[in-house]
Design a protein around this ligand. Structure first.
Ligand code: NAD
Length: 449
């Protein structure tokens, strides 16, 4: 099939390159000409494991093209996906990118005779696809959604850091559709996948994405509230308590005599809070959506409040053990919002670093992938290290900002020798299974002194 994708970020490009690898002819469209030129040259414009290979392959085979022009690729396409950003604006969803993308697509449909399905892949609040999107498409095309063109909502569940794998092995492909014809044509782009493909209403498709992210954010804030209670309780360690919680067969079932540990358990762990480009904005958008409808979303309000407090809480915990950050030399290891990505958007590690600077710490940062990108976040407020040992050189405290697996391969004796102090503040509790150099003192979160 011929597919055009408007918006070539993490979602648009992974989906585009993935669909091209399945044999479709895909054009990825973006306003960002640098991004478009890179893809045309067979290069992924950002880091995502496995993405370089499928972008290069698609560009070489001619199944993956890129363009800054919307009209041409949309005119040629059977299916058009909208994968533009839906950022937060003062605590509610900003639909301006969605509306302008839909208008541009609509204009391209005006003189097109062939039936085309337009599908929203971006995360949008319920009522957006059959509201803002439908109206913009109808206005710009002069056509009617349903009889003249199809309209679908296909929420995206990929996780940065494993996005290509998530595309290849989806848990489910949710197809919200205005009518059966749109669902049938749209479903053809995923014909090769053998997974549940529920066909539901547009609004239910929109809602399931929010419910999914709200559940995960809730589990994280629940775990962090339990962590805060343990931090206030001498002798208590939330990791030990949660290990026991995880053993409940309803959380980790025993199948054929083997205990299965589902991925969901990784959300029931203490941390310095959730972040990234999705959870904070999606929880905020859902809270605003609730307010607009007169629904008191008390739980979501608390999920957000617990998260907002968490960075300061873990830094208070660290200062109670090691003294004030003021005047201390601090080496921060890891800046991305999770390992496996170069994405710094709303990264808890960036917030943590900013607050250490605000508290008077002199910070050097290092991230296995994103040290250079971090220059946009910190400017000249920090020193940028060439490696982990360089970052901790002369430091009083080493802070683990992101749980990169690289830290387990670090030579911790060399870390000890490089540092002038001996504290390692493990803000993600990711060094728990390691035996560090005996001269180092690991400060963990979620435990009372
Ligand atoms: N990143 C994730 O992990 C993830 C996962 C699931 C869902 N989502 C959702 O998917 C959507 C996209 O997220 P993302 O992280 O890929 O965003 P992104 O910011 O990385 O990419 C969006 C792209 O759209 C482009 N764009 C905006 N308006 C355009 C227009 N009119 N024409 C052409 N290009 C345009 C921008 O230049 C940008 O490159 C969001 O709604 C997000 O909530 C993201």
């Amino acid at each position: 099939m011929k597919i055009a994708i408007v918006g070539t970020g993490y979602v648009g490009l992974v989906t585009g390159a993935g669909l091209a690898a399945l044999g479709h002819h895909v054009t990825c469209i973006d306003k960002d000409a640098t991004r478009v030129a890179k893809i045309a040259a067979g290069l992924a414009p950002f880091f995502e494991p496995g993405l370089d290979e499928i972008v290069a392959d698609g560009a070489a085979k001619g199944t993956l093209a890129s363009s800054t022009d919307v009209a041409g690729p949309v005119t040629a396409a059977d299916v058009v996906l909208i994968a533009v950003g839906t950022p937060d604006h003062e605590g509610r969803i900003d639909l301006s990118q969605i509306e302008s993308a839909a208008s541009e697509i609509g204009a391209a449909l005006r003189d097109k005779a062939a039936y085309t399905v337009v599908a929203v892949k971006s995360t949008v609040i319920p009522g957006t696809t059959d509201g803002v999107v439908l109206h913009a498409l109808e206005r710009a095309s002069g056509k009617k959604a349903g009889p003249d063109f199809g309209l679908c909502m296909n929420p995206e569940f990929l996780r940065e850091g494993s996005a290509v794998e998530d595309f290849t092995k989806p848990d489910r492909i949710v197809i919200g559709a205005i009518d059966p014809r749109a669902a049938e044509v749209f479903g053809r782009i995923y014909a090769k996948f053998d997974c549940p493909k529920p066909v539901i209403s547009l609004r239910n498709a929109e809602f399931c994405k929010y419910a999914s992210n709200a559940l995960l954010a809730t589990l994280i804030s629940f775990s962090n509230e339990m962590a805060a209670l343990c931090e206030a309780t001498p002798g208590a360690d939330v990791e030990v308590a949660l290990d026991c919680v995880h053993l409940d067969r309803r959380l980790s079932p025993v199948i054929d005599g083997q205990r299965v540990k589902p991925g969901i358990l990784s959300y029931i762990r203490p941390s310095s809070g959730y972040g990234g480009s999705c959870f904070p904005k999606d929880v905020a958008a859902l809270r605003a959506f609730a307010r607009d409808r007169g629904v008191d979303a008390e739980l979501l309000n608390a999920v957000s409040a617990v998260n907002d407090r968490r960075t300061a809480a873990v830094l208070d915990l660290a200062e109670a053990r090691i003294g004030a950050f003021k005047g201390k030399r601090v080496g921060v290891l890891g800046l991305t919002f999770k390992s496996g990505t170069d994405d710094l958007r709303h990264s808890p590690a960036v917030t943590l670093t900013e607050q250490i600077i605000d508290r008077g710490g002199h910070v050097t940062v290092y991230d296995p992938i994103a040290t250079e990108i971090a220059r946009n976040a910190f400017g000249d407020k920090v020193r940028y290290a060439a490696g982990a040992l360089d970052a901790v050189n002369g430091a009083d405290v080493t802070v683990i900002g992101t749980a990169w697996p690289e830290w387990s391969a670090l030579n911790w004796a060399a870390v000890k020798s490089a540092m002038r102090g001996n504290f390692v503040f493990d803000a993600r509790n990711s060094l728990r299974a390691l035996s560090l150099d005996p001269g180092l003192v690991r400060i963990q979160i979620g435990a009372g002194a």
